[in-house]
Design a binder for this molecule. Structure first.
Ligand code: MRU
Length: 348
């Protein structure tokens, strides 16, 4: 089986697998400039916290490519691109982590007279490689938590498509499966964008891992019937100071039910998804267009003129999280600041 490629760089352009079209069509969108990347993130052509971060890094590379040689112009263009890319989606911290890292590096390269484009391109390539490597390590650390024979529930899509490759939550499931454990997966469809039914199911099918799709509102009942061995989800932002986990809307409800019915609830996330500064009330939760709730696959489902609420993420408190699986090992939510020594600073 060929590995999924969420994104790749070729001939001075970034190519993104158009996730809006999956599972029915595999088509790549070419990004020639940073505005194309910003649009792709906003419209969820690329989505999932780590994938957004790396795409954003390549966006800064593209800004630099078209900026011309003058120092001041180059720096101004990079700052403009950084602002535009950061304004696309507010919740996944990887976006800010990646952009800040690229801006810092660009300033250093300008000051020391290095080839800024080459320096940034190499860094974006490194980030892409590092993401896959981090996910593999998360898989290795996490697979021991999955009992043989278990039915594992995941949520949204925290697989290869949400990252550069391999996946975080699906990486754990995949590592357990490839290690010989007989497991099957319950996939909540994840309204309104259906990342579970469309993307997670697509990935599990390609990997040959048995799965069943459920509607989101079946999850608690299945837990009450003893049909869920454990839950593994990804994260858009892990708040290291408090242990709160920001992830796709609906994660909080799963975690509450899991605690009530005694089902272990694990979060898999790389350090690039960690926020070592903020508290829960300082995180901006994305609100998306109400049309996403009022329609399914482009078809209206509600009386004309209906209003809707469309919060894209929620925040799960640490007391509901059994453990957090990172590329540096498995941590209790109360012990996440121990990871700060591995992190580089960022804002946003
Ligand atoms: O709105 P999305 O599809 O970008 O949300 C994605 C999620 O919530 C994922 O669970 C999260 O980014 C972790 S991906 C490894």
């Amino acid at each position: 089986m060929r590995e999924l490629r969420t994104l790749y760089w070729k001939g001075g352009s970034l190519y993104l697998l158009d996730q809006r079209l999956l599972p029915h069509r595999e088509r790549y969108v070419r990004c020639r400039g940073y505005r194309d990347v910003a649009r792709a993130i906003r419209e969820m052509i690329v989505r999932g916290a780590p994938a957004i971060g790396v795409a954003a890094a390549y966006g800064i590379v593209l800004a630099c490519k078209t900026a011309g040689g003058k120092k001041a112009m180059l720096e101004a263009r990079i700052m403009e691109a950084a602002e535009a890319i950061k304004s696309t989606r507010p919740t996944a911290v990887n976006l800010f982590w990646a952009v800040d890292r690229m801006v810092r590096l660009a300033k250093e390269a300008i000051e020391s007279g290095l080839d800024v484009y080459e320096t940034l391109l190499q860094e974006a390539n490194r980030m892409a490689e590092a993401d896959i490597e981090a996910n593999r390590r998360i898989g290795e650390y996490g697979k021991g938590l999955i009992p043989d024979g278990a039915t594992v529930m995941t949520y949204c899509n925290a697989g290869g498509l949400a990252t550069v490759g391999y996946g975080t939550a699906i990486g754990v499931i995949r590592a357990a499966f490839e290690g010989g454990k007989k497991i099957s997966v319950l996939v909540p469809e994840t309204r309104p964008k259906l990342q579970g039914a469309r993307l997670t199911a697509y990935e599990l099918k390609r990997l040959g891992i048995p799965y069943k799709i459920i509607t989101d509102n079946m999850a608690s009942m299945l837990m009450s019937m003893g049909k869920v061995g454990c839950i593994v989800v990804g994260a858009d932002r892990v708040l290291a100071r408090t242990g709160h986990v920001v992830n796709k809307i609906g994660t909080l409800g799963l975690a509450i039910s899991a605690r009530y019915f005694g089902v272990p609830f694990y979060v898999a996330a790389p350090l690039s998804s960690f926020d070592f500064e903020r508290k829960p009330d300082e995180v901006k939760i994305e609100e998306r267009d109400e049309q996403e709730v009022l329609t399914i696959a482009g078809k209206s489902i509600a009386p004309r003129g209906s209003k809707a609420v469309n919060l894209a993420f929620d925040i799960t408190p640490p007391e509901l999280v059994s453990a957090i699986i990172t590329e540096y090992g498995v941590y209790e939510p109360s012990g996440l600041m121990l990871l700060e020594k591995y992190a580089r600073p960022h804002t946003g």
